[in-house]
Design a protein around this ligand. Structure first.
Ligand code: PLP
Length: 368
C-alpha cells in the first residue's frame, strides 16, 4: 500500500537515483501502534535511525518523543518543535561539554552506565533524572551491540545510589536487547534483572526496555502487537506493579516507511557468477549490509531469475552487499534498469558517507 504511494511519487517526479522516499504516514502509524501495545508508555524514537525533519514531525504528531545521542540530535529535534521534556539523552558515551549543552537546552533525562559519567552529570546537569543501562544477555539479534554499553546488572544498584547521593534523581534502569531482535523472549532477562534492581533500591519508577523490535525483511518477525504482548507477560511475571515504561524504537518506527530506488550500473559475469553493480552500496546508504546483517528485499523480481552477487558502486573491495546470502534477480536485468529496495527507511540515509569516491550522501524525499 505505502509502496504504491511511494512509487507514484517516483513515477511523477523521476528523481535522480539513488534516493530514499519515506512515507511519513507509516511513521505515525507505527508510533501509534507501539504506544498502544503498553500501558501509558513514553515512546522515545531513536533519532539515529532516521533524523529527517519530516520523520521527526510525524513522530511528534503521533505522541512520541526522542532518544537523542548528541548536541546535533538535540538541535534537530528542538528545531522541529519538540519540547525539551520529550527528549531523553540515551547515549552513555558523552563529553562533559555535551552534558552541559543538553542541560542548557532543557534536557533533564539521561541514561548512564558508569561512575565517571554520573559525576559529570551531577556537576553539569544537577538534579537531572538518570536511568542506569545494564548489559544483559539476549539471544543474538541481527545487529547486536556487543559489550559496548551497559554495566553489569550487579553494579546498577550501587550506581543508582551514587547518583542519588550526588543529588541526581535516580529514576530507573534501562537495557537494549539488540537491534532487529526477532525473538520477543529476548526481553525476559532484562526485565528480570531490572526487577531485582527495583527491589534493591527504593523509589525507582522507570523501566526503559530499549528498542530492538524487528521488522520483516526477508524472514518474518512477530507483529508489534505480538512483541508487546510477550513483553507485557514478562513484566507481569517479574514486577508486582508495572513500572513506568519507556520504549526507544528506531527501526520499527521508520524502516517500513521507506523505499530506495537504485539504478543498475553494470552486470558482469565473473568466474561463473553474475555480478550486479548498483548505484547504491555500503557507503552511500546500505551500511547495514556489513557482514550481510540485514538482507533487504529487491523488486521487481518477476520472470526468469538467476543467482547474483550484488555490489555497490565504489572502488572499495568491501563494497559488496551480498555474496554469501543467496539472492536471485531477473536474468533480463541490464545497466540502466531500476530496482527498488524495500523497507529501507531505517539506518540508511543517516549512515551515508559525505563524499566517498565523490558520491553524494543518499538523497531523501518525504511524502505524507
Ligand atoms: C539505536 C538505539 C535504539 C534503537 O534501536 P532499534 O533497534 O533501532 O529499535 C534505542 N536505544 C538506544 C540507546 C540506541 O542506541
Amino acid at each position: 500500500m505505502s509502496h504504491d504511494r511511494i512509487r507514484r511519487f517516483l513515477g511523477e517526479h523521476q528523481p535522480r537515483t539513488p534516493c530514499l522516499v519515506i512515507d511519513t504516514s507509516v511513521v505515525a502509524a507505527r508510533v501509534r501502534e507501539l504506544i498502544a501495545g503498553f500501558p501509558h508508555p513514553r515512546l522515545r524514537y531513536a533519532v539515529k535511525a532516521n533524523p529527517e525533519p519530516a520523520v521527526l514531525r510525524a513522530v511528534l504528531a503521533a505522541g512520541g518523543g526522542f532518544d537523542v545521542a548528541s548536541p546535533g540530535e538535540i538541535d534537530t529535534c528542538l528545531a522541529q518543535g519538540a519540547a525539551p521534556e520529550t527528549l531523553s539523552y540515551g547515549n552513555t558515551i558523552k563529553k562533559p561539554a555535551d552534558i552541559a549543552y543538553a542541560f542548557s537546552r532543557g534536557v533533564r533525562e539521561f541514561t548512564t552506565d558508569a561512575e565517571s559519567d554520573i559525576e559529570h552529570l551531577a556537576e553539569l546537569a544537577p538534579g537531572a533524572s538518570v536511568t542506569v543501562r545494564m548489559l544483559v544477555d539476549a539471544p543474538a539479534s541481527a545487529t547486536p551491540f556487543g559489550r559496548k554499553f551497559g554495566c553489569d546488572p550487579a553494579e546498577a544498584a550501587p550506581l543508582l545510589r551514587r547518583a542519588a547521593s550526588l543529588g541526581l534523581d535516580a529514576a530507573g534502569v534501562a537495557f537494549h536487547p539488540g537491534s532487529q531482535q526477532a525473538d520477543p523472549s529476548a526481553w525476559d532477562n532484562g526485565i528480570a534483572a531490572a526487577a531485582k534492581v527495583f527491589a534493591e533500591v527504593d523509589g525507582l519508577r522507570r523501566l526503559n526496555i530499549g528498542g530492538g523490535f524487528g521488522i520483516t525483511y526477508r524472514s518474518p518477525v512477530p507483529t508489534p502487537q505480538a512483541y508487546a504482548s510477550a513483553i507485557r507477560a514478562c513484566l507481569r511475571a517479574h514486577f508486582p506493579h508495572t513500572p513506568e515504561i519507556v520504549l526507544e524504537p528506531g527501526r520499527a518506527v521508520v524502516a517500513e516507511a521507506g523505499l530506495i530506488r537504485t539504478e543498475v550500473v553494470l552486470v558482469a559475469n565473473r568466474d561463473g557468477h553474475r555480478w550486479v553493480y548498483l548505484d547504491i552500496g555500503r557507503y552511500n546508504g546500505l551500511a547495514e549490509t556489513e557482514n550481510e546483517a540485514i538482507p533487504y528485499r529487491f523488486e521487481p523480481c518477476e520472470g526468469p531469475r538467476g543467482p547474483v552477487v550484488i555490489a555497490g558502486p565504489t572502488c572499495d573491495g568491501d563494497d559488496v552487499l551480498y555474496q554469501r546470502t543467496p539472492y536471485e534477480l531477473p536474468l533480463a536485468l541490464r545497466a540502466g534498469d531500476r530496482l527498488d529496495i524495500l523497507d529501507t527507511g531505517a539506518y540508511t540515509a543517516s549512515y551515508s558517507s559525505v563524499s566517498f569516491n565523490g558520491i553524494e550522501p543518499l538523497e531523501t524525499y518525504c511524502i505524507d
